[in-house]
Design a binder for this molecule. Sequence first.
Ligand SMILES: [Cu+2]
Length: 405
Amino acid sequence: MAGLVHRLEGARPPEATGRSQRSDSQANAALGAILGAVGMAVAAALVIAAVGATGGIRAVTTVAAAAPAKAAPAARGGTTAGTATEAKPAALAAAKATTVKAIGASAVAVPAPITRTAPATVTVDLQTKEVVAEVAPGETYTYWTFNGTVPGPMVRVRVGDTVNLKVANATGSVFPHSIDLHAVNGPGGGATTTQTPPGKETTVSFKALNPGLYVYHCATGPIPQHIANGMYGLILVEPEGGFAKVDHEFMVVQGELYTTAPRGTTGHHDYDHKKMLDERPDYVLLNGSVGAITGDNAMKAKVGETVRIFFGVGGFLPSSLHLIGEIFDKVYPEAGGVYNTNVQTTFVPAGGATIVEFKVDVPGTYALVDHSLGRALDKGAAAHLVVTGAEDHTIYGGAASGAGH
Ligand SMILES: [Cu+2]
């Protein structure tokens, strides 16, 4: 079991010293979030995929909760200088009115396991929407989305299913959109038949031949811009017999934002194509915004329970996925058909995914991070798992709240 392994996690990395005041203050804020000291004000946006009696799947979006009070924008330190390697802050327009309260898809928005024992024909409805939301308090961005969240809704089918997937591009969209599902066997993965102008609908049909966890994304040119703006999600193709039962399943997807001003600059950020080409994101995010899976929206479990995380990389930076203070009992590398055991960190390529499983042995707050730690401590790539229950000092004698990094 994970808890039997003695672990030493270092303090903040050496490269964390000597940074500018701005990045230090942001690092501290991010670290505070990891330690559970800072609750990020992010409302739940529940994406529900309901499996009907006929086995059909409809993905729909409901905003389930109002946004809690947010930190004052001024606290983000928008007037401080950038680092030597970053561009000077551009003059940003004022933050725009948000059209969705929270952009981050809920980590618990995982469709229920499939109980069917035979393939079926299923229907999936997706809507592409361009929305304004906060990436961090006081900083807005025009996200391009599936169903108004980042990532889009998780789709769950069974191997052998025939999927009829509809892409409806919202009437308010400015751009055409489409979908390329990595679960598809066929040129373009669906993109050739789903190029959809605003206000129109298209449908692609495919048979899910290969079980696994796959990324889907928009594939309308310029494709990198559509993806960077948030157009990605996961589709799970369950193997015959499904997965072993666990107590909790979560969905986490990593991506980046490349913006016209450094993170922490109050105002409305726009997409920066050069930064995307240089692969220099301002934000590296788990589920779309800073703190999307912390505070009230953290993943939750009890001591002794088993957890499965469906994790994907929708963006362009591979992730070194690590859960601080835990060991993955099982990892399906690249979300393939075989698993490895007792893994500390697993590598997830761009446009790839993984499935990790573990049992939690000790209560406390755990941080799921990209272990390229500047991304987690400074740029946002951290999520929380809060474990409650009795302590067992034979397994761990340290403080329950320590994150280790
Ligand atoms: Cu698009």
